[in-house]
Design a protein around this ligand. Sequence first.
Ligand code: ADP
Length: 347
Amino acid sequence: MINDKDILSALEKVNYPGFSRNIVSFGLVKSISLDENDVEVLIELATKDPAIPQKIHNDSQESINSIPGIGNVKINLEIKNPPEQVNENGIGQSSLPGVKNIIAVASGKGGVGKSTVAANIAVALSQTDNNLNVGLCDCDLYGPSIPLMFGQESARPMATDENEIIPIEAHGIKLMSMGFLLDDNSPVIVRGPLATRYTQQFLKGCMWGELDYLILDLPPGTGDIQLTIAQSVSVDGAVIVTTPQEMALIDARKATSMFAKVNVPIIGIIENMSYFQCPSDGEKYPIFGEGGGEREAARLGVPLIGQIPIEMPTREAGDSGHPVALGDSITAKEFKNIADKIISSLS
Ligand code: ADP
């Protein structure tokens, strides 16, 4: 006799197109009803891309059909528009009340300086002339580094009577991070559906208030959290961080194509650790190779919106809780340029 578990196991073999995770673990399977060996399944999706429901429908049908003894299979798809509102100017507004723009900062690989770039973009945006209100949501549940970068490792957020999390505020930026919920040495054990729930709570259960920009520091790669975000809020644009060497560029390409699949426009590529400028002779050394970011941007047809040198002050600033963009060094100015480019690309 076929039961719900057999159907679920079959659906667990169906990956969301473009992702390595299956539709069950994303919580997209809403109901399964069995009548003897006939089955009817309801799958809920939020997408504007007609190819995605089609593929999920076909893959689900095929996978369930392969269960021995299965009868009639009916797959119902309920397709919601991805969260989005359009204001009177026709410009998309984020689906978080009070938040005007949501920007994802992503990378294909870990360790390329994505969180450093996300933190400094947030600071640079907040320091532009028009007093922008900025939030930074650390969606890297497995390796949260935003608390350290803002000197807030021991901060613990409070909640309102309505159970909304009140973000921590530092250097004028509203912050939320898994790091605020963990003791220093506790392992991060959130996986699968729990990771989805945390991500949604950080985005929707946080009292972000009125923000001009909410920056999302995504985990590296193209996994479940990225899809959860794309399904939960309307991301206005993504910035891809890479280092100049080929290995990082290959992964940056994957991150870029993932955003294309979920209809998030790429604002541009930022090349981090582009060069080292020797303090004694002023010479620039391209430690990780030269021109990688520029070549990749041209190949993907997106702009290269910044090149950040590798230097001790940037690392020290991150470790000491004062992002380098708070100062007025060459690197701080480069982050301000990047902030200007982000603002103009979204306006
Ligand atoms: P990711 O988020 O990609 O894993 P991080 O932003 O956490 O990377 O950076 C990893 C380490 O590299 C951190 O110690 C950070 O201070 C350092 N780092 C990042 N960018 C630079 C840079 N341009 N110059 C020097 N150190 C950097």
